[in-house]
Every structure is written in structure tokens, then in C-alpha cells.
Write a protein that binds this ligand. Structure first.
Ligand code: GDP
Ligand code: IMO
Ligand code: MG
Length: 430
């Protein structure tokens, strides 16, 4: 059995997001001292349910509900100050104190109002189905070396210079390429007047986080890194261009936190016992029609950030093998097994057939992925309520046979099984 909480570990989404990462982070966080978000931004919707109370986090790490744990927004996260403050106020209103235990990286890039306008304008032309949270444009500016970091707000003259550079291109884009009647939110004085007071409220939480995190590790503190999105949405390894704009795989945990690769021990991949995706892009194992609607209803598969219905399908072994490989996953957490309780047959895709050829390799191109036909392996359903189960020994034999196959197929042991949204609905194998 894996002994968690003994070092520095990472939790990642293994599929196309919404695997139940936050549920697992919340379950595991009790064994750690520090929880760190390292990529993505408020496109994430991370749901935690504790004693019937539901919390949805977009930026703040899902470990925040444990008093005394330090939560960190690492340098790799793109931060919308308005969203961050709204989340902080929501927590304070529920009696969660943030004093001294929330650190925000000074090096993190910001999501500015014009990034959000640009995200929406671009998605109207090229339908990726983004969350409209400005994530892509904020990362584009980072890579183009014209981003605005939180530390830029510490020096108003520097901030104005950074904004002038970023805005010149945006204004031209809106004037000549996107709809000129759109509000591009590019008025520099209005941006500074809106954003500076927000920054002043975040200023007390700023920190040079790579140093603080490495000091914590050196002093024996346990660190848990919380991924957002999932492997299928990774900018390098996902179903490009239907991806998000960051590395959602384990490399992102290193570059987005300043914790070196040699410090990381376990990489925990969270997978649903089936699969969903939201936004555009293919899902080879999709269930169409009434069957899909049934799975969506049973799983409550509507986006935690945008409320959009998620496309639903059976577990995709080819996609999962790829995720395990590129992130070097050492353990799997399998969630929402209870959603399959009523099924006569539970299916799993073991291979793709592309142009008549069988493969276990996740294709590099969208063209191939769109042609992929799943080869199925069928398992008899367990037809027993696992919902809310807390003891591995109670699992029905048919469910165990399915789980045994999954871990053998992935060559990665299942360390946790989730049977419900609550922290306690979690089984660990004997
Ligand atoms: P995340 O983005 O990976 O953190 O996942 P989301 O919060 O977007 O979506 C997962 C949804 O499934 C949330 O509504 C969770 O409360 C819920 N959930 C998590 N684990 C389980 C489980 O084992 N069973 C059931 N029925 N629901 C779960
Ligand atoms: P969590 O962390 C599921 C999807 C969007 C869209 C694509 C690009 O809750 O698992 P973006 O706004 O990032 O530029 O959108 O990525 N997407 C997610 N899907 N869960 C998420 O986060 C997602 N974050 C982004 O739907 O298809
Ligand atoms: Mg989510």
C-alpha cells in the first residue's frame, strides 16, 4: 500500500478534466502540510463536499478547508484578481480563515479583462468551447513575453509600461480582425482603476513561492501539488487544438511551482470509472443518445464552472495508458464507481481501430483521433449499491474483477476508490 504524506506528491487529472480531483485532494490533504495549485486558472471547477456542504473552487487549492494547512497559488497559475477575491470572500463568509495560510506567487501572471474579451471573441471565430475565463490569451501573453505579472503591480510605472505593450496588439486585433463593436476592455486607465484596488487586497498574501516551498520541503513539511484539467487537455499531449493552454501533466507541476522534479515522489492520476469531456473535441468512447443522457443524469455531469452538459462515455483505456505514461503516474485514484452501480454491463475500451489497424497508442493528430473506433471489453455489472461505501471489503466481486482489470491494464495500482462526493466516501485497498 502506498504511504501518502511522506514527501512531495502530485495529483493530476487523467482524462479530460472533472475526474474528481478536488474530492481526492480534500481526502488526501489531511496528510499534508502544504497544498499547491501550479497551472491553469479559474477555468478549473473543483468540487469538495464535506458534511453535506458543497464548495466549488476555481483558484484556491482544495485543501483550504483543513484549518492550519498552507495553500499556495504557484507561479504557473494565471490569476484573475476579481475571481480570486470573490473566492476568498466566499470562504471567509463560511468562516474559513485565510490569514497566514494563503500564499500567492509574485511571479504568477494575471488574467486581465482584455484577456477575457479576447478569449470570448476568439472562441466565436474558432470554436474550441473554452470556459471564457481568459486562460488562453493570458498564457499567450506570457509566452509572447508581454504578460502582466502580480509583481508588476508593485511598481505602478512598470505596470503601465507592461499594459501599454500588451494593449497595443489587442486594440489592433479588435479593430481589424475581431468585431470592432465588441467591448475589448482595453482602456488602460480603466484597467488600472479597476485592478489596482483588487491587487492591494491581494498584496498581503504575495510571496516568493519557489523559495517558501523549497524551505517547507527542507524542513520536513509534506507538500501536495493539485493539478487542474486533465491529460487529454494538455497543451503538448492532449487532443490539440481542443486543449487548454497549459501543461496539465506532471511536468507542469515542476515548472508551475519551482519544486524540482527530483523532489517529487508519487504522481497520483485521478480517473473516473467512465469518462467525460466538456467543450469541443472528440471523445472516442462517447455514448450517444439516450444512453449518454442516462450516464450524464446518473453522474450529474454538468460543468462546475460553466454549467454546460458534459459529453459522456465509457472508460477509455488507450487514453488512460497515455496519461499514465506521459505523467509517470505511480497510483490511480478511481472515482464515481457508484455511478455505474445500476448497469448490467460495464464497458472499457482496450484498443482503437484506426483505418483498420489496431493500436494502443493515443494518436498525435486530431484527424486520427476522430477516426478512432473503440474495441470494447465488456464486464458484467455488479448491480449492487457501492454508493457511499467506506470499506473495501464490502465491494461486490464483479466490481473487484473490473478494478483488477483496470490496474493490470494500466500497469498502475489503484490506491483509492471513490464511492461518493463526500470526503468519507473513499476506499483504500487492504
Ligand atoms: P474536478 O474538477 O476533477 O475536481 O471534478 P469536478 O468537481 O468538476 O467534478 C466532479 C463531480 O463529481 C463533483 O460534483 C463531485 O462532487 C462529484 N464526485 C467526486 N467523486 C465522486 C464519486 O466518487 N461519486 C459521485 N457520485 N460523485 C463524485
Ligand atoms: P477542471 O480542473 C473540464 C476545457 C474547456 C475547453 C478547453 C479549453 O475542473 O477539471 P480553456 O478555458 O481552458 O481555454 O478551455 O478545456 N476545460 C475543462 N474541462 N474541466 C476543467 O477543469 C476544464 N478547464 C478547461 O471546456 O474544452
Ligand atoms: Mg472540474
Amino acid at each position: 500500500m502506498i504511504k501518502i504524506g511522506t514527501g512531495c506528491d502530485v495529483v493530476l487529472g487523467g482524462q479530460w478534466g472533472d475526474e474528481g480531483k478536488a474530492k481526492m485532494i480534500d481526502f488526501l490533504a489531511g496528510s499534508y502540510d502544504v497544498i499547491v495549485r501550479f497551472q491553469g486558472g479559474a477555468n478549473a471547477g473543483h468540487t469538495v463536499v464535506v458534511d453535506g456542504n458543497k464548495y466549488v473552487f476555481h483558484l484556491i487549492p482544495s485543501g483550504i478547508l483543513y484549518p492550519g494547512k498552507t495553500c499556495v497559488l504557484g507561479n504557473g497559475v494565471v490569476i484573475d484578481l476579481k475571481e480570486l477575491l470573490a473566492e476568498m470572500r466566499m470562504l471567509e463568509a463560511k468562516g474559513v480563515s485565510l490569514d497566514g495560510r494563503l500564499l500567492v506567487s509574485r511571479s504568477a501572471f494575471t488574467v486581465m479583462p482584455f484577456h477575457i474579451a479576447l478569449d470570448k471573441a476568439r472562441d466565436r471565430k474558432k470554436k474550441i468551447g473554452t470556459t471564457g475565463r481568459g486562460i488562453g490569451p493570458a498564457y499567450i501573453d506570457k509566452i509572447a513575453r508581454m504578460g502582466v505579472r502580480l509583481c508588476d503591480f508593485e511598481d505602478p510605472a512598470q505596470l503601465r509600461l507592461r499594459l501599454e505593450e500588451a494593449l497595443a496588439e489587442k486594440q489592433a486585433l479588435f479593430r481589424h480582425y475581431f468585431d470592432p463593436s465588441d467591448d475589448c476592455r482595453c482602456d488602460i486607465d480603466a484597467i488600472i482603476a479597476e485592478q489596482m484596488p483588487l491587487f492591494e487586497q491581494i498584496r498581503p498574501y504575495l510571496a516568493h513561492t519557489p523559495y517558501r516551498l523549497n524551505e517547507a520541503i527542507a524542513s520536513g513539511k509534506k507538500v501536495l501539488l493539485e493539478g487542474a484539467q486533465g491529460a487529454g487537455l494538455d497543451i503538448d499531449f492532449g487532443s490539440y487544438p481542443y486543449v487548454t493552454s497549459s501543461n496539465t501533466t506532471s511536468g507542469g507541476a515542476v515548472t508551475g511551482s519551482g519544486i524540482g522534479a527530483t523532489r517529487i515522489r508519487d504522481v497520483i492520476g485521478v480517473f473516473k470509472a467512465y469518462i467525460t469531456r466538456v467543450g469541443g473535441g472528440p471523445l472516442p468512447t462517447t455514448l450517444a443518445g439516450e444512453a449518454e443522457e442516462e450516464l450524464r443524469r446518473r453522474g450529474g455531469e454538468y460543468g462546475a464552472t460553466t454549467g454546460r452538459p458534459r459529453t459522456c462515455g465509457w472508460f477509455d483505456g488507450v487514453q488512460a495508458l497515455h496519461a499514465v505514461m506521459v505523467s509517470g503516474m505511480t497510483r490511480v485514484a478511481l472515482t464515481k464507481i457508484d455511478v455505474l452501480d445500476a448497469y448490467d454491463t460495464v464497458r472499457l475500451c482496450t484498443e482503437y481501430r484506426i483505418d483498420g489497424k489496431l493500436t494502443r497508442e493515443f494518436p498525435a493528430t486530431l484527424r486520427e483521433l476522430e477516426k478512432a473506433e473503440p474495441v470494447w471489453r465488456d464486464f458484467p455489472g455488479w448491480k449492487t449499491a457501492t454508493a457511499g461505501m467506506t470499506d473495501w471489503k464490502q465491494l461486490p466481486d464483479a466490481a473487484r474483477r473490473y478494478l483488477d482489470f483496470v490496474q493490470e491494464y494500466l500497469d498502475c495500482p489503484i490506491g483509492w476508490l471513490s464511492t461518493g462526493p463526500e470526503r468519507l466516501h473513499t476506499l483504500t485497498p487492504p
